[in-house]
Design a protein around this ligand. Structure first.
Ligand code: ADP
Ligand code: MG
Length: 141
C-alpha cells in the first residue's frame, strides 16, 4: 500500500495533519499501538521540519507486510552538516518559530530514537530526503 501526502510550508493550521492521518490509518489496520506511536512521533517531527525548514514537501508512505517506509522529501535549503543537525538542542529556527514553541532542536534526535532505521540525504540548495524505516512483526525475526 502506498500513500502520498503533501506538507505545506509554514502553514501551522495544516502542520501535523499528514502524521495524524498516517497514525489513524495504521491504527485502523491493526498495527500494534506502541509501534503506531513511534511512527507518529517520528513522522510528526519530520513533517514539522519540512514545514518549518524545508519549504514544504511530501511524505510518501509505503506499507508492506514487513515494513513501514516513510520518505520525507523537500526541495528546500538542505542540511549542510547532518552530524551537527542531529545534535540534541541544535536548531537554526528563528526567534519567531521558537516563540511558537518549535525549534527545541530535538526533532532529528527524536526521529532517530523512534525509528528502527533513519537515513538522511541532503544537498545544500537542492533539498533533503529523510527515510524512516519501521519493522513490523519484530517478534518473528
Ligand atoms: N528538512 C530540512 N531542511 C533543512 N534543514 C533542516 C531540515 N530538517 C532539519 N533541518 C535542520 O536541522 C536542524 C535540527 O532539526 P531538529 O532536530 O528537528 O530541530 P528543530 O526543528 O527544533 O530546529 C534544524 O534547525 C535545521 O537547521
Ligand atoms: Mg524539528
Amino acid at each position: 500500500m502506498k500513500l502520498s501526502l503533501s506538507i505545506p510550508w509554514m502553514d501551522f493550521s495544516a502542520a501535523g495533519k499528514a502524521s495524524a492521518e498516517v497514525k489513524k490509518l495504521l491504527a485502523r489496520l491493526g498495527i500494534e499501538q506502541g509501534l503506531v506511536k513511534r511512527i507518529a512521533i517520528a513522522m510528526y517531527e519530520g513533517e514539522m521540519n519540512i514545514a518549518i525548514h524545508g519549504g514544504g514537501g511530501t511524505a510518501d508512505i509505503e506499507l508492506t507486510p514487513d515494513l513501514v517506509d516513510i520518505y520525507l522529501r523537500d526541495h528546500g535549503p538542505g542540511i549542510p552538516d547532518i552530524g551537527l543537525a542531529m545534535t540534541e538542542g541544535y536548531s537554526t529556527a528563528s526567534e519567531e518559530i521558537r516563540n511558537m514553541g518549535f525549534g527545541a532542536g530535538m526533532g532529528l534526535p527524536n526521529m532517530k530514537r523512534n525509528a528502527d532505521e533513519l537515513y538522511i540525504e541532503s544537498v545544500v540548495n537542492q533539498g533533503t530526503t529523510v527515510h524512516l524505516v519501521f519493522h513490523l512483526n519484530r517478534k518473528q525475526e
